[in-house]
Design a protein around this ligand. Structure first.
Ligand code: CP3
Length: 342
């Protein structure tokens, strides 16, 4: 067995059963997370408290023995560390003060790494504490997805505010993506230096863009981040997760240079199989199969293992686990993946 199986898969090797983790694996579906969360105060207090951030990062590892651990934080600490106002309200998700074109021109990152020091401290402590065979994943949001929240000030279903802003204020929008790409790259580099083995870039909203916008707002900024990270750490794998990229997944990997590709649950398994010929894929169980459990879960897990099990696969959900997921269903999924035989 390689020391960290997921790293081997990201080099293009197949392992069966595949390494396994879940996006949003530390979160509200776990009673122990809800307990820690109560003690923390606000959600951002939890992200910036290394003791508590380490505690919640470890919870799913201790419970399920996943092959990878993802740092507990949020993609919106980047705008927060750039001085923007970011809050999380119970039941409403993130709330930010919408950024204007003049404010974009004035954005600066003087205090960026100072503000994020507690995150780097959490990564250092995690690498020391995790089992040696567990891969540690650092992450950031992709510039487009982070920009959607900065412009609208909250989540929306189609990102109309950010799309309109991009058409009406092209120079300001371009600068925003550039500031986010440069700072996100620097953020990932620091996470790697603190002990992250792999980094993942979450582009949760890449599915709402036309061709030209996808190219300019998703592909180019992520390619820029990959270039900057590789210039310093050429051997650290980067996973891109352009959720909803559909027919663009293949060219996304080629043009951005990401090592591994996170695929959402709408990607046909046959397409995923073709993507696997270019490198590792990660995914793609519908998170609602995990909520439903039973036959729906068993069938979903079985189909992925059958279609993708003989290539480089990191078993995961096709998006984050939802709070209403029963813990027993996660246990059933882990058991099915781990006991799979070809
Ligand atoms: O995966 C993990 O366990 C690591 C932690 C993690 C969180 N958010 C913790 C979190 C990661 C990797 C993220 C990424 C993230 N955050 C994304 C990209 C992935 C995706 O799910 O699309 C996005 C778009 C965000 C922004 C964000 N943060 C939203 C929209 C929300 C509200 C929705 C929700 O699930 O509550 C958050 C809050 C958030 N981030 C929570 C957690 C555990 C829940 C808040 C709480 O506990 O009170």
């Amino acid at each position: 067995m390689p020391r960290r199986m997921m790293l081997d898969v990201l080099k293009g090797k197949a392992h069966f059963p595949p390494p396994l983790w879940m996006m949003r694996q530390a979160g509200r579906y776990l009673p122990e997370y809800r307990e820690t969360r109560k003690r923390a105060g606000s959600f951002l207090d939890l992200c910036y408290n290394p003791d508590l951030a380490v505690e919640v990062t470890m919870q799913p590892i201790e419970r399920f023995g996943f092959d990878a651990s993802i740092l507990f934080s949020d993609i919106l600490v980047v705008p927060h560390a750039l001085g923007r106002d970011v809050r999380f309200e119970e039941g409403r998700g993130p709330l930010l003060t919408p950024i204007s074109a003049p404010e974009i021109a004035a954005l600066e990152g003087d205090m960026f790494h100072v503000n994020l020091e507690p995150v780097y401290e959490a990564v250092r402590r995690l690498r020391a504490k995790l089992p040696d065979e567990t891969t540690l994943i650092g992450f950031c949001g992709a510039p487009w997805t982070v920009a959607t929240y900065m412009i609208a000030g909250h989540g929306t279903s189609d990102q109309a505010p950010a799309r309109l802003f991009s058409y009406r204020e092209p120079p300001a929008f371009k600068r925003l993506l550039k500031v986010l790409a440069d700072h996100s790259a620097a953020y990932l580099i620091r996470q790697i230096e603190a002990g992250a083995d792999v980094v993942q870039i979450f582009d949760s909203w890449s599915g709402v863009l036309d061709d030209a916008s996808f190219e300019a707002f998703c592909v180019e900024p992520v390619a820029e981040i990959v270039r900057q990270v590789r210039a310093v750490h050429p051997d650290v794998p980067v996973i891109g997760f352009p959720k909803g990229a559909g027919a663009r997944y293949e060219s996304y990997r080629q043009k951005t240079g990401v090592t591994g590709l996170g695929i959402d649950w709408t990607v046909p398994l046959e397409t995923a199989k073709a993507l696997q010929r270019q490198g590792a894929v990660q995914g793609n169980l519908d998170p609602l199969r995990l909520v439903a459990g039973g036959q729906a879960l068993a069938d979903g897990v079985g189909a992925i293992l059958k279609a993708l099990g003989d290539g480089p696969l990191i078993f995961n959900l096709g998006h984050g686990i939802t709070p209403e997921t029963p813990v027993a269903h996660v246990e059933a999924m882990v058991k099915q993946v781990r006991s799979a035989a070809r």
